[in-house]
Design a protein around this ligand. Structure first.
Ligand SMILES: [Zn+2]
Ligand SMILES: [Zn+2]
Length: 134
């Protein structure tokens, strides 16, 4: 199937597939993403949640409320700690673009929450800014 891409965690314990055509590819500079990724932003590969299919392993889950009070369920490998995807109540998944087997497949289309981008990081202002929603 060419309409799927595959990915997994660092240790290989968890494997998944998802849609090859994402709804958006977002660099998220929110503080939760910074905290979890250890980076200035998270590579959020946005797809419908039902396109994310677990192929192997059993990822852990950590739920955090968004600032609008909706749940954001963050999935990760319990062996190696790699962040895999987040499940949003709106029915979308935010897959870690760098967890894809072909990480060159991730091409950012949007910035999100630039207000909390560190002042030392270079931001690609040519990308569209994705407004904050629920
Ligand atoms: Zn792992
Ligand atoms: Zn974020």
């Amino acid at each position: 199937m060419t309409d799927k891409v595959t990915g997994g965690c660092l240790c290989g314990n968890v494997r998944f597939e998802t849609a090859a055509t994402p709804a958006a590819q977002v660099l998220c500079f929110c503080t939760d993403c910074q905290h979890i990724s250890g980076s200035m932003c998270y590579t959020a590969y946005i797809v419908p949640l039902d396109t994310v299919v677990l192929l192997q392993g059993e990822p852990g889950r950590f739920d955090t409320p968004s600032d609008k009070g909706r749940n954001n369920s963050r999935r990760f490998c319990t062996e190696c700690g790699s962040r895999l995807w987040a499940e949003l109540e709106s029915g979308v998944a935010s897959v870690n673009g760098m967890a894809l087997d072909d990480r060159t497949h991730f091409r950012p289309t949007h910035n999100h929450r630039l207000g909390t981008a560190p002042d030392w990081c270079k931001v690609d202002q040519s990308l569209e800014d994705l407004p904050v929603s629920g």
